[in-house]
Write a new protein. Structure first.
Length: 148
C-alpha cells in the first residue's frame, strides 16, 4: 500500500495567522490531535498539535544553570527554553507551531511511513506533491489499513 491509498485527502488546515484559541476549538470539535499549517499557496509551513498548545497550560520550566567566574553556564539547552517561551506566550499559530515538519510523498510505502512515525514519535504525517499538501496520514489511518 502507498500513502495515496490510506491518506485522508480532505485535510483540515489552518493558516499561520490563525488565533491559537480557534485552533484549540477546531481540534476539539473535529476530535483530531493536530493540523497542518499551510500558506496561501497550499504549501505546508508547519504543524500544530495538542502538545504545542498544552504548553500554555503547564508550568514554564526554567533551565538549570550554575555560575562560574561571573558567567552563567546552562546545564540544559537554552534553545529549548526559548522555544517553550515562544509557545507559552504565543497568540497566533505561527508562534506555537512546529516548523520542522516531516512529510512523505504520495508514493511512499506503508511500511516506510509506519517506521518513520515510530522512529520520530509522531502522530501524523502530511502527504505532499510538489511541496503542496494533498493529504495526511494519522496512526489511526495505518491501523485501519492493517484491519482491512
Amino acid at each position: 500500500m502507498k500513502a495515496r491509498d490510506i491518506m485522508t485527502a480532505e485535510v483540515i488546515t489552518v493558516g499561520p495567522d490563525e488565533r491559537v484559541e480557534n485552533v484549540a476549538r477546531l481540534l476539539v470539535e473535529h476530535k483530531i490531535s493536530g493540523v497542518p499549517v499551510v500558506d496561501d499557496n497550499g504549501r505546508i509551513v508547519g504543524i500544530v498539535s495538542e502538545k504545542d498548545l498544552m504548553i500554555k497550560s503547564r508550568d514554564l520550566q526554567i533551565p538549570f544553570y550554575i555560575t562560574l567566574f561571573d558567567s552563567i553556564i546552562f546545564l540544559e539547552n537554552p534553545a529549548r527554553f526559548k522555544d517553550e517561551i515562544r509557545k507559552f506566550t504565543g497568540v497566533r499559530v505561527k508562534d506555537v507551531m512546529t516548523t520542522k515538519v516531516i512529510s512523505v510523498k504520495e508514493d511512499a510505502d506503508l511500511t516506510e511511513i509506519a517506521n518513520l512515525m515510530t522512529r520520530k514519535n509522531i502522530n501524523r504525517v502530511p502527504v505532499v506533491r510538489d511541496g503542496k499538501l494533498i493529504g495526511i496520514i494519522s496512526r489511526n489511518d495505518i491501523l485501519k489499513s492493517l484491519v482491512s
